[in-house]
Design a protein around this ligand. Structure first.
Ligand code: SAH
Length: 231
């Protein structure tokens, strides 16, 4: 399977105001592409400084459409367009209890916290201790004190903060781990890249009383889920 090209590590040169211009341009481009329609998701993307969630040697590439390496064995910060790609079909909104599996940089959790607001809650689980520690520092520095970051196997969910209205799995799996369905509210949604015939299909699953509905969004390329329900 072909991966993503990684830009060469470079000492950071851009200023905060340059990044602010790039952030605005990126949001406008995502809107123009039709990937971004929710006002809350748009406001969140404008607010969170993505460059603050990226190792210094890749910071200048913060708003380019490439995933960038993070501390840890198999962690990347996803491309900028990934966040509306996940959060729009998930219907992430004000007041939701949100769980992320695969914290990575912590950027996705910070964006989600802006979307769900003070009446919602954000929990994010990361399996790699180095990556978890990197995210912890980023999230704290950016001031998201009530985002709960958990070190562990996200396939098992996080029962103490359940149930969740929305769950995003940011690593590819064969099936949605059953504990995550169990920790989802009725009518709640999970989004995940699901492996099928060697292809990853970004799929939204809605929990109903007696079944689950599925909707495939598009093909994607993410790192594999590890842990008990790993692919
Ligand atoms: N959402 C992240 C990108 C995540 S990349 C961001 O915004 O930056 C996928 C992450 O999932 C990696 O950090 C990887 O270590 C983590 N991961 C893989 N399997 C996992 C599991 N079972 N539980 C928790 N995290 C897992």
């Amino acid at each position: 399977m072909r991966g993503w090209p990684v830009p060469p590590p470079t000492p950071p040169t851009k200023t905060a105001s340059q990044f602010a211009v790039e952030r605005q341009l990126k949001v406008s481009a995502l809107e123009a592409q039709g990937l971004l329609t929710s006002e809350r998701i748009k406001a969140a993307l404008l607010r969170v400084p993505r460059e603050e969630f990226i190792p210094a040697e890749y910071r200048d590439f913060a708003y380019e459409e490439v995933p960038l390496p993070l501390p840890g064995a198999a962690a990347t910060i996803s491309c900028p367009h990934s966040y509306p790609l996940f959060y729009e079909p998930l219907g992430l909104g004000l007041g939701h209890r949100f769980l992320e599996v695969g914290t990575g940089s912590g950027y996705g959790a910070a964006v989600a916290r802006e979307v769900v607001g003070d009446t919602g809650q954000v929990t994010s689980i990361e399996i790699d201790p180095l990556t978890h520690e990197f995210a912890r520092q980023n999230v704290a520095r950016a001031g998201y004190a009530d985002v709960v970051l958990v070190l562990g196997d996200g396939g098992l969910g996080h029962a103490p903060r359940a149930p969740y209205d929305r769950i995003a799995i940011t690593a590819a799996c064969r099936e949605i781990p059953p504990p995550l369905i169990a920790q989802l509210t009725l009518g709640g949604r999970i989004i995940a890249p699901l492996l099928q015939d060697g292809v990853q299909r970004l799929t939204v699953v809605t929990k109903r009383a007696d079944a689950t509905d599925r909707q495939v969004i598009c093909d994607v390329l993410y790192v594999r889920l590890q842990g008990q329900y790993g692919s």
